[in-house]
Design a protein around this ligand. Structure first.
Ligand SMILES: C[S@@+](CC[C@H](N)C(=O)[O-])C[C@H]1O[C@@H](n2cnc3c(N)ncnc32)[C@H](O)[C@@H]1O
Length: 236
């Protein structure tokens, strides 16, 4: 499914990095960054341009090739592995930042929870995570329910048209998964996505958070939670 999509256009998600990643760039400690489901690399290339060593993972070979070409053009380097995050292990390497933008929706909920546990394990103390998921406010979730599609497990549907799983997070669920982190930013939004394909709505949750030192038990920032219908001006 992903290779087909990436063959369709020059740069499907565009080249603009995620707004909140740009905003919180300076909070990422020096070191290596893992971009899970990096796609054509809009975030990875931005991070590489800012001096980070970046490892991209994605199931799409086409996306990997496009990202490597773009890296050459921009005169930056990124490492890219065509791998499924569910089968990836990183015993030897820890990361100072882990990006996972819009990837967890495309698997079973139980698998996305396992990936979250891996992310926590792979992150260094004071490392930064940036994660975006779909929520049960997403129109697709409602469509599945209206069509009478049965959940294969909690908040997970096997889409018969695509032949793949979609999962959705409940309100506050992503934030709760990182309750022992310092939450820098947390938002849940229903928004008009005009950045790829036909304009369409999404329900999404986004978190930017820092892993605490073991000795640091304080939660520094509460972060703001929004839940509103707004056409945002920038993509996720
Ligand atoms: C919505 S796109 C987001 C791309 C990129 N993160 C961005 O923000 O531009 C989701 C990406 O996740 C990748 N992906 C989906 N399932 C994956 C998996 N199990 N392991 C690794 N990558 C996956 C897809 O190939 C696709 O590139």
């Amino acid at each position: 499914m992903w290779d087909k999509l990436y063959k369709k256009s020059n740069c499907y998600w565009g080249l603009t990095p995620s707004e909140k990643l740009v905003q919180y760039l300076s909070l990422i400690p020096k070191g290596k960054i893992l971009d899970i489901g990096a796609g054509e690399g809009r975030n990875a290339l931005f991070l590489a341009k800012h001096g980070f060593e970046v490892l991209c993972l994605d199931v799409s070979k086409v996306a990997a090739e496009k990202c490597k070409k773009l890296a050459k053009k921009l005169n930056v380097s990124v490492e890219y592995e065509v791998r499924d995050i569910r089968e990836f292990s990183s015993k030897l390497c820890k990361f100072s930042g882990i990006i996972c933008n819009g990837v967890l929706p495309f698997m079973k909920k139980s698998q996305s929870k396992k990936v979250i546990e891996k992310i926590k394990e792979w992150l260094v103390p004071k490392g930064l995570i940036f994660i975006v998921v779909f929520t049960t406010e997403d129109p697709l979730y409602k469509t599945y329910l209206e069509e009478g599609l049965k959940e294969t497990e909690n908040d997970t549907f096997l889409d018969p048209k695509i032949g793949d799983y979609f999962c959705f997070f409940q309100k506050g669920e992503l934030r709760k998964s990182f309750s022992n982190y310092n939450i820098i930013h947390y938002a849940e939004k229903y928004f008009l996505d005009k950045y790829h394909g036909k304009p369409h709505y999404h329900g999404m949750a986004r978190i930017v958070a820092k892993k605490q030192n073991k000795s640091d038990s304080r939660l520094l920032t509460a972060g703001m939670t929004t839940y509103s219908v707004i056409p945002v001006q920038t993509g996720i």
